[in-house]
Design a protein around this ligand. Structure first.
Ligand code: SAH
Length: 395
């Protein structure tokens, strides 16, 4: 096995159990390592620290598999880590019975580059790093052993793979496409999941609890769901007794799936649903002076991939939050999110505060929101804390 020696002082972040080793922290690599191979990580004076996956194409040159420098990284390692991730979910009552569930949340489950989402008895795996890519077969087998699913589909087409020098890979690792559309039930509402063509692995599981919160808040309210994708928040609002729900997205196919999802739920009143294919930035400005809403959800895509893009992202967040705050009726609620890794919760709150000031609205935080428990955040890995939200009540 090759040995990766760190520059003096650069062992500190490894000792704090942060799993990323940036190019600037690496002094030298002794021995031969192909992309994805496991390497021994040692401090400048040769002290063993960890075992990591070597990724020469990426600025994150290595990602730690184990902080035990003696632990063998083999099929059995993945079996242990996958089983532990599955067991953590089974131990949380709100997760145990979910049909749609994130089983593996990458770094925060000790498996950098590995995402696995379960939809009924189908599991969708996404491998985003060259280290994870190399262990595809062991990861798929470990998932099968841990949960006994019937099918495993690989959806490794995330853009970040290119940073690792990897091509997209998609296809069935176990079983084959089911005859029927994949449908899960979430908070009592049926939702179709397009694992082949949908975003991420097909569905935004991280917003499960927040969608339920919307159901609790929606009674008799006029709701505007911006960036609605397949209408997850919208259907929860209808289930909660909303008077009217406007679902807005720029993607025609996402809206079409949203409408089909509504049809899957005959208990919901379809007459209260309005669909709007539009750019949220432009449309929120257009609506000004006309409509007003009692509850607005803003769940935009990632505007900043890294902290370097935070400034541009900040302008975009301010823009939509300002417009949304102006559209709220007195006493209205704004549920607003950022899923940009480069925008911290503190910065996001500042941006929204600026938007409220410019909108001339007094707004109070009544709840801070985050991803569901199957998207845990390892305390040693704050980068995993990507989803933050605020529930605001305006005067
Ligand atoms: N809230 C959703 C997930 C939102 S994903 C859920 O709970 O499932 C982000 C969505 O924003 C995508 O559907 C994408 O099509 C849409 N989108 C991206 N940019 C947009 C824009 N400028 N205007 C409208 N929709 C946009």
């Amino acid at each position: 096995m090759a040995t990766l020696t760190l520059h003096p002082g650069k062992e500190k972040s490894v000792l704090r159990r942060h799993p990323w080793l940036f190019s600037g922290s690496i002094a030298q690599l002794d021995g031969r390592a192909r992309p994805g191979d496991t390497v021994d990580v040692v401090s400048c004076d040769g002290r063993p620290l960890a075992r990591a996956a070597w990724s020469p194409a990426s600025q994150i040159r290595a990602r730690v598999w184990s902080f035990d420098p003696e632990e063998t990284i083999d099929h059995a390692f993945f079996k242990r880590r996958v089983a532990a991730a599955v067991a953590r979910r089974a131990a949380l009552p709100e997760l145990a019975a979910q049909q749609g569930l994130r089983l593996i949340h990458a770094e925060s489950d000790g498996l950098p580059g590995v995402i696995a989402d379960r939809y009924g008895d189908t599991v969708v795996v996404q491998l985003t790093t060259v280290g994870a890519d190399k262990w595809r077969a062991a990861i798929a087998d470990s998932l099968l052993k841990a949960i006994g699913c019937s099918r495993i589909y690989e959806r490794s087409d995330a853009e970040v793979r290119s940073l690792e020098g990897l091509q997209p890979v998609t296809g069935w690792l176990l079983g084959e496409a089911p005859g029927d559309e994949l449908v899960i039930e979430e908070n009592g509402v049926k939702m179709a999941v397009d694992i082949v063509g949908g975003h991420k692995t097909g569905f935004y599981l991280d917003q499960r609890d927040n969608r339920r919160r919307v159901a609790e808040l929606a009674r008799d309210r006029r709701v505007l769901n911006c960036f609605c994708y397949t209408a997850g928040f919208s259907l929860q609002a209808l289930a909660g007794g909303a008077r009217e729900v406007v679902s807005m997205d720029s993607s025609g196919p996402a809206l079409a799936t949203g409408q089909r999802n509504l049809a899957l739920n005959p208990q919901l009143d379809a007459a209260r649903a309005i669909w709007l294919e539009a750019d949220v930035f432009a449309e929120l400005r257009n609506l000004r002076g006309g409509a007003s809403y009692d509850l607005i959800v803003l769940d935009p895509p990632k505007f900043a991939h890294t902290a370097a893009h935070a400034e541009r992202a900040a302008r975009a967040y301010k823009d939509i939050n300002l417009s949304a705050l102006r559209l709220l009726a007195p006493g209205g609620l704004l549920m607003t999110y950022s899923c940009s890794g480069g925008v911290t919760a503190e910065l996001f709150q500042k941006i929204v505060a600026g938007a409220a000031l410019d909108a001339g609205r007094t707004a109070r935080i009544v709840q801070r929101l985050q991803g569901a428990a199957d998207h845990p955040v390892d305390l040693a890995f704050p980068e995993g804390d990507y989803l933050k939200g605020l529930l605001l009540q305006v005067d």
